[in-house]
Ligand binder design. Structure first.
Ligand code: 6GU
Length: 276
């Protein structure tokens, strides 16, 4: 599917017609983290399949719907499931939901994911606040005709995960007794997990964790001026960092295990955000 402004508008208007008002946040929930949306009050659920032009999520552990509702009296949207490049979608399709959020004027984006560690100091069960990302893969969700109403052709990426948001998150972590790591997320298109050589290279290049999501969405969000927070649930060590292979089932189970921590953190971050 070609992503153009008309399709974005049609999808966004459908979403708008199904909800009441504009959510203050969208939280994108990664593998094993979908449970967060079940805690929303006065929930409205919109399956991706109902939304015009929305791709459909195909991975195990991803539900494929938008959930809108209240958390501590704040109106938010959660994306249960997301799209990945390895499913065969273009980068622009992967980021299509974020374009819809921009059109709806949702101002804040929290992206979560399951990621592998390439840093011995970051271990399974840790939550890593994303300080920055690296994407050397040549494709971009912004490739093609620029939609000037969202942002400039050559957009700034000097501060995609603003420091004030990261600091707020770390304060919330301290208050909850949740230890947070901070680091750089390296994007890999997948679907294969990395070789041991790739994991070593990714570490040398300055990253702390690696995963197959988040960055396409963040690029589009930053292009459109959203304020972004990225959180990685570390589910496993990268290939070659221990004598066990990376297994998708483990990624799902570990994601669920750190989900409780992440949900408590998300909730507090969302309620504290207004004071930014
Ligand atoms: Cl080790 N690599 C990638 N690319 N994605 C992951 C992962 C590793 N662990 C969880 N997701």
């Amino acid at each position: 599917m070609k992503v153009d402004l008309n399709r974005i508008i049609e999808a966004a208007e459908y979403i708008q017609s199904a909800i009441s008002g504009i959510p203050k946040f969208c939280v994108v929930l990664g593998s094993g983290l979908g449970g967060f949306a079940d805690n929303l009050e006065e929930r409205v659920e919109i399956p991706f399949s109902e939304i015009p032009h929305f791709p459909e999520s195909t991975v195990e552990g991803h539900k494929g719907r938008l959930v809108v509702g209240m958390i501590d009296n704040i109106y938010i949207m959660a994306m249960q499931g997301r799209f990945h490049y390895y499913e065969g979608y273009s980068m622009a399709e992967v980021a299509f939901p974020i374009r819809c959020l921009l059109y709806l004027k949702v101002e804040n984006l929290i992206v979560t994911n399951a990621a592998g560690s390439v840093d011995p100091a970051i271990t399974p069960g840790d939550i890593m606040v994303i300080r920055d990302h690296i994407k050397l893969h040549g494709d971009s969700p912004l490739r093609g005709v620029n939609i000037d109403s969202f942002g400039p052709r050559f957009n700034d990426m000097s501060d995609p995960y603003p420091k004030r948001v990261r600091e707020l998150t770390c304060e919330c972590g301290k208050e909850l007794g949740i230890e947070l790591k901070e680091g750089v997320y390296f994007y890999m298109p997948g679907p294969s997990y990395e070789t041991a050589g790739e994991i070593k290279a990714i570490n040398i290049l300055g990253a702390n964790a690696v995963g197959m999501s988040t960055v396409p969405e963040v690029i589009v969000a930053v292009h459109g001026g959203m304020q972004v927070l990225g959180l990685s649930c570390i589910t496993n060590m990268g290939t070659g960092m221990r004598n066990q292979v990376v297994d998708h089932q483990e990624v799902i189970v570990r994601g669920e295990a750190s989900a409780a921590k992440l949900m408590a953190l998300l909730r507090l971050v969302i309620t504290r955000w207004p004071t930014l």
